[in-house]
Write a protein that binds this ligand. Structure first.
Ligand code: SF4
Ligand code: SF4
Length: 123
């Protein structure tokens, strides 16, 4: 249905990757630091209008394709660098099909370019 290893990581570029207290504990253990340090280093507070998504979200960094992407994303290899310690939302997504991968596969087929990743919105 989808193959994340052939995708430039669109879902990791979402504006809000919620980070729960449990996620912070997992990340803190992964890096052998305190939960407080993990919170300060890896997250920022959600805007008031997005508080329903949780109090904290992942910090982001610049990305060639999507403008901004999760701080833990390897922008050269196009994969997660904390896969074993990734937040619950990343473990749960996607359910069933991935709409982005459907779109990408269709574009690659239509343009006869199996490596196509030239998607440069959000800059
Ligand atoms: S879930 Fe979809 S968007 Fe995310 S990396 Fe996999 S194929 Fe890409
Ligand atoms: S933690 Fe990993 S899987 Fe989750 S958004 Fe960041 S790079 Fe993607």
């Amino acid at each position: 249905m989808f193959d994340c290893s052939k995708c430039p990581g669109y879902c990791c570029s979402y504006h809000i990757i919620p980070v729960t207290r449990r996620d912070l504990k997992r990340l803190a253990a992964h890096f052998a630091i305190t939960v407080g340090r993990a919170k300060a280093k890896f997250t920022v507070k959600n805007d008031a209008e997005h508080k329903k998504d949780g109090e904290f979200k992942m910090r982001r960094k610049a990305d060639e394709y999507f403008g901004r992407i999760c701080r833990f994303f390897d922008t050269e290899k196009r994969c997660c660098t904390v896969y074993a310690a990734r937040p619950a939302i990343c473990r749960a997504y996607p359910t069933g099909r991935c709409g982005y991968y459907d779109f990408l596969a269709n574009e690659r087929s239509t343009q006869e370019d199996p490596e196509l990743v030239a998607l440069t919105w959000n800059k």
